[in-house]
Design a binder for this molecule. Structure first.
Ligand code: G3I
Length: 358
């Protein structure tokens, strides 16, 4: 997941290794917030954000969401880690029901995330084999996609099937039962039955930033389509970082666009931290590099044929809502999202508006 956590945790120490001067430079005065129109008004497609159920109780978050977004993706409470926390027999739908009701009450669309993911479900499915495993797998998808039929516009049916280095497909408890392509085919077929209207997506990160991973993803898409998989959309998570070379993002968007399928930029954020062992760049240099990459992504998305512009989703609204700013990972300074902790536009917001209006 972008720069690895160990490096990210080491980054603050490395920064200050250059002495107080470097720290002062990095902690330079905050830039004046740019003036940016509501993001949903400049985006060429529905503009979305990740949401946690508890944010519905935060009036500042609600106001910012109502002003800027028209689509919501549950950040974690629609996943097995929450839904199956009490086991397969006692699914928790309470928080996703609440998010669905909030979306409906506010005229926002909802994107389902995610039905089948390599990294979750092993515990709930442990001990199941053969037909029992099949019943649980098929039953989970039927229950989840069936419950939100007519409420979600689309689903990430399968999330992150490719190995980080792009050398192949991930092994997981799903592939152990059905094979690497088999579990994906089965998941899409069951989701299609459960919700014939939802647009069904395959979602992956680092496609644009790790060429081998992007290439592997595109080969998988080709195989799935040839096999008759009801794959209808491609999710480009876009957890970017500032050292992606110029032009790489736009080139990949053209490649992924060649299938003619709807594209969802599904989880945009751009951390200011990097994999570099010693990185003395100040905040201003990092923000400039971040803006260039985000504008490149927004502009490449806006250049897609209209029918392929499914939605553009940021993985949170305010910096402190970001997964990069939770717990031990938080360096207190990262600005990966469009708004600061007070809801004021960050440079990313201006970069998005610039890219959409290219
Ligand atoms: O809010 C609870 C807290 O009450 C509880 O005490 C704590 C202890 O477990 O958990 C907290 O919930 C955490 C939740 O994030 C909210 O912060 C969950 O444990 C934690 O697992 C969850 O992590 C999410 C992660 O996916 C795993 O589901 C992140 O928020 C979310 O940003 C991240 O999103 C993923 C996408 O789904 C797929 N692409 C990569 C992306 C980033 O990793």
């Amino acid at each position: 997941m972008t720069p690895n956590r160990r490096t990210l945790l080491a980054a603050p120490l490395a920064l200050c290794a250059g002495g107080l001067a470097a720290c002062d430079r990095f902690a330079a005065a905050e830039p004046t917030p740019p003036v940016v129109p509501p993001l949903k008004s400049v985006s060429p497609a529905p503009f979305g954000t990740a949401i946690k159920a508890m944010q519905i109780d935060d009036p500042d978050w609600v106001a910012l969401a109502r002003a800027n977004v028209s689509q919501l993706t549950p950040e974690w409470e629609m996943k097995m880690e929450y839904v199956l926390a009490n086991g397969l027999g006692r699914p928790n739908f309470d928080r996703t029901d609440r998010i669905a009701a909030f979306a409906q009450a506010n005229g926002m669309a909802m994107h389902g995330h995610t039905l089948i993911w390599y990294s979750q479900g092993a515990e709930a499915f442990s001990g199941l084999t053969g037909a029992a495993f099949d019943r649980a797998f098929d039953g989970y998808i039927a229950a989840m996609a069936g419950r939100y039929r007519g409420k979600v516009r689309s689903w990430d049916v399968v999330n992150e099937p490719i190995l980080d280095d792009g050398s192949g497909m991930r092994d997981c408890h799903w592939s152990a039962r059905y094979g690497h392509d088999g579990y994906i085919l089965r998941a899409f077929e069951k989701a299609r039955i459960a919700d014939p209207q939802a647009v069904l997506f395959l979602n992956e990160y680092n496609q644009e930033s790790v060429p081998a991973k992007g290439a592997q993803f595109l080969k998988l898409v080709e195989r799935l389509l040839k096999a008759g998989c009801p794959l209808q959309g491609l999710g480009l998570q876009s957890h970017l970082w500032i050292d992606i070379p110029e032009g790489v993002i736009a080139a990949y968007m053209r490649k992924i666009g060649q299938f003619g399928l709807p594209i969802h930029v599904s989880e945009l954020d751009c951390t200011l931290r990097t994999d570099r062992r010693l990185d003395f760049r100040g905040q201003a240099d990092r923000l400039a590099a971040q803006g260039a990459r985000v504008t490149e992504l927004a502009s490449a998305f806006a250049a897609l044929p209209k029918v392929q512009q499914f939605a553009f989703t940021v993985w949170g609204l305010r910096d402190t809502d970001s997964w990069y700013r939770q717990g031990a990972k938080d360096d207190g300074r990262d600005k990966p999202l469009p708004f600061d902790s007070f809801g004021r536009p960050n440079p990313i917001a201006a970069a998005l508006a610039a890219g959409f209006q290219d």
